[in-house]
Write a protein that binds this ligand. Structure first.
Ligand SMILES: Cc1cc2nc3c(=O)[nH]c(=O)nc-3n(C[C@H](O)[C@H](O)[C@H](O)COP(=O)(O)OP(=O)(O)OC[C@H]3O[C@@H](n4cnc5c(N)ncnc54)[C@H](O)[C@@H]3O)c2cc1C
Length: 383
């Protein structure tokens, strides 16, 4: 059967649903949008944290907690830091899915199909999405379901891997005024390992053990480290585990490519929206989808949509090279960055919203020897 739509959204996770909500709120005129996913999006499968200083965002209503201070902790340096005009925000996955699905369910232009996508292609000026039983067509198919990373031999491709437990304690144990952005007071295992603590209430928090490395760890290791951190570092002896989440986010120098032709537009992680040096993706999804909608409204082609400015890609390449060379602990780099810069400047830089002058100041604060060597290797000799 030949079914044609104005837009098709392949994958209704963070990027797909953000796009659908922004399409609904846009000035664009359309009659039929297909949203297709193999999953019903009815589970609390992730927690999103990010920071923004923009006052009105469409997802403001579902922010579960927000803070104006963050903790940075390391063996040599520990600080509660005010983040100025920024707020550090947290959204529960299930609240996000429910909000978006509610926004769309009474609008007859949006049709939902639960099915597995087998392939995507472009034919005769139309994008084609193929499932076991149907072919669907549209001028634009926005894909966040299928990822195609083109690995190159000399590229550094890491993964941010993490396991989190939401725990409840009988006694008050958490400072609800301030989440822990990074706690490096743990064994680094010649790697980059740290904890997040996201307090929901005084006695419930999400504790997340995170690593930046080439491969994820065996499951037991996350559990052992979580147990040890809760007991020994947080000094919490009694608790129950309410919930658990596991995630892997690409931190890659290689690019996500589009082998599906020009009618398929990759978005979300598939579109390369994850920031390689931090793994943060949520905010970049919102910014990039906004850009796509604006282009569509202005009638500008979205076929060559580059998600990131070249200079930020280069900063990340150099940072990843320093991390991979292991001549200095990543822990020490992050501690230096937080010691020598205001958190607001740093968060602005990490959101890729800084200017060149601000970036030079941040570059001047890092351990120079290691960064110059990495810069020479990546940027001058192109290795
Ligand atoms: C546990 C976890 C926590 C995270 N926390 C943060 C955070 O705090 N801050 C941050 O910035 N980023 C975070 N991220 C990274 C990133 O924001 C999320 O992964 C985000 O969901 C990416 O959005 P996406 O739309 O690209 O992918 P997804 O949200 O994963 O959506 C992809 C969709 O495609 C569907 N799909 C896949 N294959 C098929 C197929 N063949 N057929 C049909 N459907 C298919 C999936 O069911 C899914 O619904 C986290 C990631 C995880 C996994």
């Amino acid at each position: 059967m030949h079914k044609q739509y104005d837009y098709i959204i392949a994958g209704t996770g963070c990027a797909g649903l953000s796009l659908a909500v922004m399409l609904k709120q846009s000035k664009l005129s359309f009659n039929k949008v297909l949203l297709i996913d193999k999953d019903l999006k009815n589970k609390n499968d992730r927690t999103w944290c990010f920071w923004t200083n923009k006052s009105s965002n469409w997802f403001d209503d579902i922010v579960f907690r927000k803070w104006n201070d963050i903790y940075f902790k390391d063996k040599s340096f520990e600080k509660k830091i005010n983040i100025g005009t920024y707020n550090y925000m947290m959204i529960k996955g299930i609240d996000f899915y429910n909000y978006c699905l509610n926004e769309l369910k009474n609008d007859a232009r949006f049709e939902f199909v639960t099915d597995t996508i087998y392939s995507l292609s472009s034919e005769n000026g139309l994008g084609k999405l193929n499932t076991a039983t149907n072919n669907y067509y549209s001028k634009y198919i926005f894909n966040s379901a299928i990822q195609t990373l083109q690995k190159k031999q000399n590229h550094i491709n890491y993964v941010q891997h993490f396991k989190g437990w939401t725990i409840t304690t009988p006694e008050n144990a958490f400072d609800i005024t301030c989440p822990t952005f990074m706690d490096f007071r743990v064994n680094q295992y010649n790697d980059c390992r740290f904890f997040y603590v996201i307090p929901f209430t005084k006695n419930t928090a999400l504790i997340e053990y995170t690593g930046f490395s080439k491969n994820r760890l065996p499951t037991d290791e996350y559990d052992n480290e979580l147990r040890s951190y809760i007991n020994n570092t947080l000094n919490v002896k009694n608790y129950i585990i309410d919930d658990s989440e596991f995630g892997e986010i690409p931190m890659v120098e290689s690019s996500f490519v589009n082998p599906f032709g020009s009618n398929i537009i990759n978005i979300g992680t598939s579109g390369g929206f994850s920031k390689p040096s931090t793994g943060y993706t949520f905010y970049f999804i919102q910014k990039n989808i906004q850009k796509i909608i604006l282009k569509l409204e202005k009638g500008i082609s979205i076929k060559s949509n580059s998600p990131r400015k070249k200079r930020f890609q280069n900063y990340d390449k150099v940072f990843m090279e320093v991390m991979d060379a292991k001549k200095i602990e990543s822990r020490e780099i992050f501690a230096t960055l937080f010691k020598k810069n205001s958190a607001e400047e740093l968060l602005n830089f990490l959101n890729e919203e800084s200017n060149l002058l601000e970036e030079l100041k941040i570059m001047n604060s890092v351990p120079k020897k290691h960064f110059i060597t990495a810069f020479m290797k990546k940027m001058i000799f192109g290795k």
